[in-house]
Design a protein around this ligand. Structure first.
Ligand SMILES: [Zn+2]
Length: 355
C-alpha cells in the first residue's frame, strides 16, 4: 500500500485507538446501514482493494495547513477502513489518509452506487423518495431566494435531477450535471436537461446561472477551495450558491455518519471557515447545514485556529456515540447558539435572476 505518513501526523494528541472507539475501531461484519447483496459485494471489493494497495492512499494536511490531528474513527458506516481525523488547530474533520484521485475515480465508476443500493432497490421508488426530499429542500431555499420565471438553476452532482424539479415547476430553466448514466437517463425521461460531467464540464459550458446547487457534494471533493473558486464562474453577477452537507453535529446516530466516499466532514462553523477561505459569505445556514452563499470581495487570508471548536466537536461526537445525552446537550449549547445565530441572520428574500 502506497501510504506515506507525515512525520508529525501522529503526535502526542493522536491516540492509536480512535477517539470514538467501539465499532469505530475495527471493521465489523454487519454494521451501520443495511445494503443489498450487490452492495455487500461492493463493500468487500473496496476493502480488498484498500488492503492490497490497489487503491493507493495518501496523507494530506488540513485545509488550514495543519498536520496535527486526533483520530476519531478508523472505519466508516459500512465497516470499510476509513480514518476520520479532527484537526486540532481549526476543528475541521477530514479523511486522512484518503484514496488518491485515481483510486476515487475507479471507486466512483465501479463500486460507489452499488454500496448505496438498499435491498430491493427500485429506481422509480427511489426517485420518488428523493423528489419528496428535494421539494422540501427547495421550499426552504425559496423562502430566502426569490427566483422568477426565466431564472436559471444548475445542480452539480444532480443524480437524476430530483432537486431540480421544484425549480422547473416554477418556470426556471434548470440544468443538471452528473456522471451516473443510469440516473441521467431516469431524469431525462422526466423531461429534465441533464448532462454528463461534473464541475469542470459545467464550467466549460460557458453558461452562467442565478442559483447553483451543491447538495451532498462538497464533502466528496478532493480540493474544495479550488472547486469553489472555479464555481464562481458558473454564477451570474448576483448569483447565489446553495450548499447542503451532512453536519456531524446533527446526525442522530454516529454509526451511520462516516462514509468512505467523504473526504471532509463539516459542522456549521467549519463550513463557514472553509467558505470564507474560498471567498464566499453566508446568507443563511441552519443546523443541519442547508445554506445559501454569495461570492464576496474579501477572502479570508487563512482559516483561524479555533481551540474551543476542537474541544466542543470532540466532546459532542463522543457524547453522541456513547448516548450520553445529558453531556451531549451541555456541550451542544454552543452548537445551539450557532443555530440561533444563524437563524437570526435571515435577510430579506434576495432577488436574483435576469428578469
Ligand atoms: Zn485545520
Amino acid at each position: 500500500m502506497t501510504i506515506q505518513r507525515p512525520a508529525n501526523s501522529e503526535g502526542a494528541n493522536s491516540p492509536a485507538k480512535p477517539l470514538l472507539g467501539g465499532v469505530f475501531a475495527h471493521a465489523p461484519q454487519e454494521f451501520g446501514v443495511a445494503t443489498g447483496p450487490r452492495g455487500r459485494d461492493a463493500i468487500c471489493a473496496t476493502c480488498d482493494r484498500l488492503t492490497s494497495g490497489e487503491y493507493a492512499q495518501e496523507f494530506i494536511p488540513c485545509i488550514c495547513g495543519s498536520l496535527d490531528e486526533i483520530c476519531i474513527a478508523a472505519v466508516d458506516r459500512y465497516g470499510i477502513p476509513h480514518r476520520t481525523v479532527l484537526c486540532t488547530r481549526c476543528g475541521l474533520l477530514r479523511t486522512n489518509p484518503r484514496m488518491t484521485a485515481d483510486a476515487y475515480a475507479h471507486f466512483y465508476q465501479h463500486l460507489y452506487r452499488a454500496i448505496y443500493e438498499r435491498p430491493g432497490h427500485d429506481p422509480d421508488a427511489y426517485f420518488a423518495m428523493q423528489e419528496t426530499t428535494g421539494r422540501l429542500r427547495a421550499s426552504r431555499t425559496l423562502r430566502r431566494v426569490k427566483l422568477r420565471v426565466g431564472s436559471s438553476v444548475a445542480e452539480i452532482g444532480c443524480g437524476a435531477g430530483w432537486n431540480l424539479l421544484p425549480y422547473s415547476d416554477i418556470g426556471c430553466r434548470v440544468v443538471g450535471w452528473d456522471v451516473d448514466d443510469g440516473y441521467l437517463a431516469l431524469g431525462r425521461a422526466r423531461g429534465l436537461d441533464l448532462r454528463h460531467g461534473l464541475l469542470s464540464t459545467a464550467c466549460s459550458s460557458g453558461e452562467r446561472f442565478d442559483l447553483v446547487v451543491l447538495s451532498h457534494v462538497l464533502e466528496h471533493l478532493l480540493d474544495p477551495i479550488a472547486d469553489l473558486n472555479a464555481l464562481k464562474f458558473l454564477l451570474n453577477g448576483n448569483g447565489l450558491l446553495s450548499i447542503e452537507v451532512p453536519s456531524a453535529f446533527a446526525t442522530a446516530r454516529m454509526e451511520r455518519y462516516f462514509q468512505n466516499a467523504h473526504t471532509w466532514s463539516f459542522v456549521p462553523e467549519t463550513l463557514r471557515a472553509v467558505m470564507q477561505q474560498a471567498g464566499f459569505e453566508c446568507i443563511a445556514m441552519n443546523g443541519v447545514i442547508e445554506s445559501i452563499w454569495r461570492p464576496c470581495s474579501t477572502v479570508a487570508s487563512a482559516i483561524p485556529a479555533n481551540p474551543m471548536l476542537v474541544r466542543c466537536t470532540a466532546s459532542v461526537l463522543v457524547a453522541r456515540q456513547r448516548r450520553r445525552w445529558l453531556l451531549d446537550r451541555e456541550m451542544g449549547l454552543r452548537h445551539r447558539f450557532w443555530r440561533v445565530r444563524d437563524a437570526m441572520v435571515i435577510w430579506p428574500r434576495l432577488s436574483v435572476g435576469s428578469i
